[in-house]
Design a protein around this ligand. Structure first.
Ligand code: GDP
Ligand code: GDP
Length: 455
């Protein structure tokens, strides 16, 4: 099979079984550019994947199976059927905690009718409740059946083995897989920037402004022209891929796992999961809304860097001298956990400070990839814990013996302690603030893990 026509692996399963988690895992989460591809629809997300030099395409059917009583449902089901029709291999994902459900049987009927190879992946096997789960899925009549944990990566290697074996894909000799020591594979140099915000915040205007103003090399990425607006631009030799989620707005609502969430919100969340930098656009006239808070929370959780862009600042001109401060204070109060995100006042309409935004994106992108050398980090730990030792909940005094930075994008640190413990939220926050103060880390969430030192 050629690179231009990779086999298609379609993930199917009820809502909440872990499809999007598995999708991210299979496509290499941090490098995935999650955007609809031409010919597919907004609620089917396709991305190339590779395993040991073998290339294929993974299709996530999202919440399209198992939704009900929804005007969009029929349409969505139809799209799901089409994805199944075009599949070379189907991966039926089920929840090992819940065991075999009527919904799984329903979906299996569709899959049997398709008459294609099916691999059953029993997910969430990390959970104790999932232990005996796998056996009962043999009733569905598909093989192989593999236990996995999409979230923790357990068994996903075996799943990938089974996928490439079933598909019989040849290795591509010219393909060199580079892996960085942190285990993250990255497309060299390309920064994924996702612009999010409520309808009318000015997302499209901003993208248009950026494209117009800078003398940038703009290319529309093949296949993304119709629905999602995915543009690539180069700024000071830095390549940005910008996803404007405005194009994801209109598709109505789909219910999944009992919750009603608009398709646009789902897609926005997925785009954020693969973003290096999320630009949260706020209409300065309106201020921060609950939806902004929840999107920002998702970005923080996904480990994306965040910039708050206060748009329509041209309309705020006559609000007096200290208005910026009043505005920023209010914004910080409402997005309390985003204290690390820079706020930029700009106008997509007039172009005021939009070049500054590109510069800021670049800065936070550099900060999220920064590594602190271990000796430097340990000096820092010694100094900070001497002044403020960690609280000791038990009888033994908790000491942080040493630390290491284990990852970037977002910066991730492991603290080794003398006893098994968890850091109190406020102490963790204190350490993170100290890390920022000492080393920078502008605009990026920071992860801390605690481990007991092995003897
Ligand atoms: P989707 O609706 O099928 O796309 O499911 P998601 O990927 O959004 O996952 C639904 C929920 O299951 C999320 O809360 C995930 O964190 C959780 N989840 C996914 N994979 C695993 C796993 O391997 N183990 C556990 N314990 N939870 C998981
Ligand atoms: P989107 O829904 O977030 O993509 O928002 P649009 O880009 O479509 O903008 C919504 C409306 O706000 C349009 O009427 C824009 O002209 C207007 N708008 C966008 N940016 C600005 C700005 O900086 N200043 C002012 N005054 N209006 C703006």
């Amino acid at each position: 099979m050629s690179r231009h026509n990779p086999p298609s692996v379609v993930l199917i399963g009820r809502p909440n079984v872990g499809k999007s988690t598995l999708f991210n895992r299979l496509t290499g989460r941090r490098r995935a550019i999650v955007a609809p591809i031409a010919g597919t629809t907004r609620d089917v997300i396709t991305h190339p994947a590779e395993w040991q030099g073998r290339h294929f395409e993974v299709v996530d059917t999202g919440g399209m199976f198992g939704a009900s009583k929804d005007p969009l449902h029929e349409l969505v089901l139809e799209r799901g059927r089409r994805a199944v029709e075009q599949a070379d291999l189907l991966v039926l994902l089920v929840d090992g905690r819940e065991g075999l459900t009527p919904g799984d049987r329903e979906i299996s009927k569709v899959l049997r009718a398709a008459n294609k190879p099916v691999i059953v992946a029993v997910n969430k096997s990390d959970d104790k409740r999932a232990v005996q789960g796998a056996m009962e899925f043999y009733q569905l009549g598909f093989e192989p059946i593999l236990s996995i944990s999409a979230e923790h990566g357990e068994g996903t290697g075996d799943l990938l083995d089974a996928i490439v074996e079933t598909l019989g894909i040849e290795r591509q000799a010219d393909d060199v897989v580079t892996e960085d020591p942190g285990g993250e594979r990255r497309v060299a140099g390309e920064l994924r920037v996702v612009i999010v915000g409520r309808p009318n915040a000015g997302k499209s205007s901003l993208v248009n402004r950026l494209l117009k103003e800078e003398r940038m090399i703009v290319s529309e990425i093949p296949g993304t022209t119709r629905d999602a607006v995915d543009v690539e631009l180069t700024w000071h030799k830095r390549k940005f891929r910008i996803v404007d989620t405005a194009g994801m707005r209109r598709a109505g609502k789909v219910s999944g796992g009992g919750q009603i969430e608009s398709v646009s919100v789902l897609l926005t969340r997925r785009a954020i999961e693969s973003a290096d930098v999320t630009v949260l656009m706020i209409d300065s006239n309106v201020g921060v809304t609950d939806q902004d808070g929840s999107i920002a929370g998702a970005a923080d959780k996904a480990g994306s860097s965040i910039i708050i862009a206060a748009n329509k600042w041209d309309l705020m001109k006559d609000r007096g001298h200290d208005f910026s401060k009043v505005f920023d204070d209010a914004t910080r109060r409402q997005l309390r956990f985003l204290d690390y995100a820079p706020i930029l006042h700009l106008s997509a309409l007039t172009g005021e400070r939009t070049p500054k935004l590109l510069e800021m994106i670049d800065r936070v992108a550099v900060a999220r990839m920064m590594r602190v050398k271990t000796p430097e980090l340990n000096k820092f730990i010694a100094r900070v814990t001497a002044a403020h030792p960690p609280p000791s909940p038990g009888r033994t005094e908790v000491r942080i013996l040493y630390a290491a930075q284990t990852g970037v994008g977002p910066p991730t640190f492991v603290l080794f302690t003398n006893v098994a413990t968890e850091l109190h939220f406020s102490y963790e926050r204190f350490l993170i603030n100290q890390l920022r103060e000492t080393f920078g880390f502008l605009g990026t969430p920071i992860r801390l893990h605690v481990r007991k030192r092995k003897r």
